[in-house]
Design a binder for this molecule. Structure first.
Ligand SMILES: [Zn+2]
Ligand SMILES: [Zn+2]
Length: 382
């Protein structure tokens, strides 16, 4: 990864050995396939280990580098038709807008970090469309005419999205309090049915608090943080789980025919998201460690050790559809077929659902009310 003046920005395609047309990576057979004559070429990715890099060392290195984004080239020259066009921000591979050639650039050499591994597409466009159609059909609150509408109008885009994965060991010291519920007899004076004053004893709950302090150790492996701004974070982070055990070393050939993005969430900022996820899980672990019926955490101090990361690309089918002048976006995990997205709601279906829910609640309430239910009185005193 050099960004000195000798760095050249390259744009390439993978010509078919049979006919010279461009080849693209196809999910179905995991090979390069010619778009024109259909011949296929097997390839094996470079036999490189997939490292988890030291996070602090990488952050320090990035800090010392000159600003790189000023040097990132913006103009692409199509290797097939020679047309020149503007590259969209953060896009590493794309189709030529003039001749549709699948172009892969070496944009990463202008970035402080390049992806070292990826999961190739396993679900092709045809299958993705089936998943989408099924999903729309299964939406309980979706307007009925939507099913018909989305079939014709939706354009799918296959894209490799950038993700960070983080690992860390954490040691957390904390101080807090454990609350234990005790039952305590309490006496009350009441007026009974005959109008006499009586003293009754009931058992009341009381929380007894004990000071506690301790230490919790948790190891985190492959916390996955979306590094794209193209998809909303909620959508990008909801597509898991991913079969990260099948990551393969990065190779340009996997990208041919697909768009792919470089990261636009910095390594450091991604780790902040990972830290808040860890804190959430650590808080749960601290509560378990405190034990008892109630837990109060006065303070906790988290130390992160052996922090490592990977920069990976994950395959996603994404599209948006317009429905009644509004745009809805969705995404499909191109490994597992998991689909997540925004969807329109049918007002009439929601109204009917709420109406029947209320009706059911009212019925249950009516029957519950006729059953006997009274507070437990333990003992009468004369
Ligand atoms: Zn060919
Ligand atoms: Zn072209």
């Amino acid at each position: 990864m050099q960004t000195d003046s000798s760095t050249t920005f390259t744009q390439k395609t993978f010509p078919c050995p049979q006919c010279g047309a461009s080849m693209i990576f196809t999910a179905k057979n995991a090979t390069l396939t010619c778009e024109y004559c259909g011949s296929t070429t097997r390839f094996t990715p470079p036999a490189l280990p997939i490292y988890e890099h030291d996070l602090d060392a990488a952050l320090e290195k990035i800090e010392k580098r000159p600003r790189y984004d000023l040097k990132v080239p913006h103009q692409i020259k199509c290797p097939v038709c020679a047309a020149k066009f503007e590259r969209k921000p953060n896009i590493r591979s794309m189709r030529c807008p003039y001749c549709d050639a699948p172009i892969v650039t070496n944009l990463d050499i202008f970035m402080p970090l390049a992806p070292e591994s990826l999961l190739p597409f396993r679900i092709g466009e045809k299958k993705a469309k089936e998943i989408f159609t099924q999903w729309v059909g299964s939406l309980w609150f979706a307007p009925s005419e939507l099913t018909r509408y989305t079939r014709s109008d939706t354009h799918f885009e296959g894209i490799y999205l950038p993700y960070w994965t983080y690992d860390a060991e954490t040691i957390t010291r904390y101080q807090g309090r454990r609350g234990e519920i005790r039952l305590r007899p309490a006496r009350h004076t009441v007026i009974d049915d005959e109008g006499r004053l009586r003293t009754i004893e009931t058992m009341e709950e009381e929380i007894e608090w004990w000071p506690v302090s301790g230490e919790v150790r948790l190891h985190f492996d492959d916390i996955l943080i979306g590094a794209t701004r193209t998809l909303p974070r909620k959508l990008a982070d909801s597509l898991g789980p991913w079969d990260l055990e099948h990551l393969v070393p990065y190779d340009d050939k996997y990208l041919s025919g697909f768009e792919s993005e470089t990261y636009s969430v910095a390594l450091e900022d991604g780790f902040d998201y990972a830290k808040s996820y860890m804190e959430y899980r650590i808080t749960e672990a601290v509560r378990r460690d405190i034990g008892g019926d109630h837990q109060e955490i006065d303070w906790m101090r988290i130390y992160h050790r052996n922090k490592t990361f990977k920069y990976i690309l994950l395959p996603v089918w994404t599209a948006h559809f317009r429905y009644r002048d509004k745009t809805y976006r969705f995404a499909i995990n191109a490994r597992t077929g998991t689909i997540k997205g925004e969807r329109p709601y049918s007002k009439i279906k929601i109204f009917l659902a709420i109406f029947f829910a209320l009706l059911l609640a009212a019925t249950l309430f009516y029957f519950a009310d006729t059953a006997e239910s009274h507070p437990i009185i333990i003992r009468y005193f004369g």
